[in-house]
Write a protein that binds this ligand. Structure first.
Ligand SMILES: C[S@@+](CC[C@H](N)C(=O)[O-])C[C@H]1O[C@@H](n2cnc3c(N)ncnc32)[C@H](O)[C@@H]1O
Length: 299
């Protein structure tokens, strides 16, 4: 049966430049990273066969190169320079050729980037384990679907609905879902999650996952309104975002950790745990790319 080593082996041949740092991050946090990569390897192999691992490694390499170029551009311009939203929708979110490799990378950065590993621990130990028994979970921007599938794998008592704006991303999550055996409790569908804001009964979800979405929005406020509307009184949110970290489809620029915290507070939430780790800056640059993760509860 395939496991984490299948991803690492493919990195050695298809993403050679990025393999040593990915392997050392994995080896320094093996139990945590395997918790994510072992089930992912089973699902990837079942859904896509052997080629999944080379495709994932190529997607990871392309993404790392793109992020590095965007960060250099950011240093030069002093601000993010994303394409317009209609361009991003047609050339990124609706484009299968762009989106599928991107989705492999989006999940592989968790176990392979030092700045993301703490998010796995926060998600598993402070979010998934703390969701009330029998809880309903909403995942906004479910992308590849792996966060939601790990939730179902870890908590056999929960049900999860995931939404993402990207049809090719939802197709990936659906293929992995079919193999995972969790279809009776998990569903993924295409939706702009900002349209969730006022629909449906309020306060119905005991868990909300909003991982690495806020920086993709023109304005993150409507996302916090969604969280404030849908979170149950006894529920928890897993929220994460990038700060001073440029990428082709990063449209909203957070500079300080206090900015998402203040937004959460404005919408009736409070932070009960927070992690924030830095990535690799451009040498001599003024920006420090960071990845922030928080657990939010109702105030
Ligand atoms: C970096 S990926 C994050 C995926 C996953 N949550 C994770 O943590 O790896 C960003 C995702 O946000 C989705 N997205 C961007 N804007 C969205 C919106 N308005 N509604 C729903 N999904 C959106 C993109 O399609 C993409 O799948």
């Amino acid at each position: 049966m395939k496991d984490a080593t299948a991803f690492l082996n493919s990195l050695e041949t298809k993403a050679r430049m990025f393999a040593p740092s990915a392997r050392s991050t994995y080896e320094a946090n093996e139990a945590l990273c395997s918790w994510l990569l072992n089930p992912l390897a089973r699902w990837a192999d079942g859904a896509y066969g052997d080629r999944a691992f080379d495709d994932a490694a190529k997607g990871y390499a392309k993404y790392c190169m793109g992020v590095w170029k965007s960060q250099q551009q950011y240093e030069k311009e002093g601000r993010y320079t994303p394409e317009t939203l209609p361009e991003l929708i047609s050339e990124v979110y609706e484009d299968e050729g762009y989106m599928v490799p991107y989705m492999w990378a989006a999940i592989l950065i968790y176990p392979f980037w030092p700045s993301m590993v703490s998010h796995i621990e926060l998600y598993r130990d402070e979010f998934l384990k703390a969701i009330p028994a029998g809880g309903k979970i909403l995942e906004v921007a479910s992308g590849h679907g792996v966060m939601g599938l790990l939730a179902a794998e870890t908590r056999p008592d929960i049900q999860l609905r995931g939404f993402d704006i990207s049809p090719p991303a939802v197709a990936v999550s659906d293929r992995l879902l079919d193999i995972s055996g969790h279809r009776d409790r998990v569903s993924f569908a295409v939706k702009d999650v900002l349209n969730l804001e006022t629909s449906g009964e309020p306060r119905t979800y005991q868990g909300i996952i909003a991982a690495m979405l806020a920086e993709h929005l023109q304005d993150p406020r409507p996302l916090f309104a969604v969280l404030g509307h849908h979170l149950a009184d006894d529920g928890l949110v897993f929220f994460s975002t990038a700060l001073e970290s440029a990428q082709r489809d990063h449209t909203f620029e957070f500079h300080q950790e206090s900015e998402p915290i203040k937004l959460a507070e404005e919408y009736g939430l409070r932070v009960t745990r927070l992690v924030c780790d830095a990535g690799v800056p451009v040498p001599g640059g003024r920006f420090l790319p960071r990845a922030l993760g928080m657990i939010l509860r109702r105030r």
